[in-house]
Design a protein around this ligand. Structure first.
Ligand code: PAF
Length: 255
């Protein structure tokens, strides 16, 4: 397994791939079973698998959230190895943003709703880094978890808008037995908050309306950012935990 540390190395390596199909799983590390599933899909459908690990500062609107984002490099590499990854791309901020983020990719519609409303600039950061990664890795297929369904839709839209030659593949959310969606942020939950977090999936799957789901989550002690039904899906974001370690969780289900 090769570890590449900057865009130049990535570009040089990509030239060696020839006609082999390249599958790409972009991540911010702190890998869990959801990521393992994305890597499995990439491994079974592509000849070469690239995993990127880059905690992207431009998509964090809250510096404290960025600081607290879990970093588990050794365990991530072990999972990458186990899943048969060929290349791990893990660059430094300065090499990915030589322009200091003066050039930004902005979507003006769906990115302003749901998570975009509560986290201004979040999707500008996501789209900008994913565009950069796509240019460097030039994947044939890229795999994204449906847990971040809004992110998946925005990336698929960007690919269409800019005529990129990559197939964006959504992969169903991997859940714990309790229904809790796998997330890197789950590691920040206390045992009791994790138990409470299990209610998110149950509530959004069973409530008769988004308004009812919001009320039920509020009654359970969540600070609800949103619950909204859009295009046959119910989206939710809610925070739990003590003030100094508040964790924001998202989920969505088909309705
Ligand atoms: O979903 C994520 O982990 C990130 O938003 C992504 C797509 C890797 C961009 O930093």
């Amino acid at each position: 397994m090769l570890i590449l540390r900057n865009p130049q190395e990535m570009k040089a390596w990509r030239l060696t791939c020839g006609p082999r199909t390249v599958g790409f799983v972009p991540t911010m590390g702190a890998l869990h079973e959801g990521h393992a599933d994305l890597l499995k899909k990439a491994r079974t459908t592509c000849e070469v698998v690239v995993l990127s690990i880059f905690v992207n500062p431009t998509q964090f609107n809250d510096p404290k959230d960025l600081e607290k984002y879990p970093r588990t490099w050794e365990a991530d590499l072990a999972m990458a190895q186990e899943q048969g990854v060929d290349v791990v791309f893990s660059p430094e901020f300065s090499t990915m943003y030589p322009d200091q983020y003066k050039y930004t990719l902005v979507e003006k519609d769906f990115s302003q709703f749901l998570c975009g409303k509560d986290r201004p600039g979040h999707f500008d950061g996501v789209l900008s880094i994913v565009m950069k990664l796509f240019h460097l890795v030039q994947p044939n297929k890229a795999f994204f978890g449906e847990k971040d369904y809004q992110q998946f839709k925005l990336i698929a839209g960007m690919v269409e808008a800019f005529f990129l030659s990559v197939e964006v593949i959504p992969v169903p959310t991997v859940r714990e037995a309790s229904g809790l969606a796998m997330s890197s942020r789950n590691t920040r939950l206390s045992v009791s908050d994790k138990k409470k977090a299990e209610n998110i999936f149950r509530v959004i799957s069973t409530a008769l309306s988004a308004t009812q789901a919001r009320q039920q989550l509020t009654d359970l002690g969540f600070e609800v950012d949103y619950v909204e039904d859009i295009d046959g899906r119910r989206f939710a974001a809610a925070k739990i935990g003590p003030f100094e370690n508040r964790v924001r969780l998202i989920d969505n289900v088909k309705i």
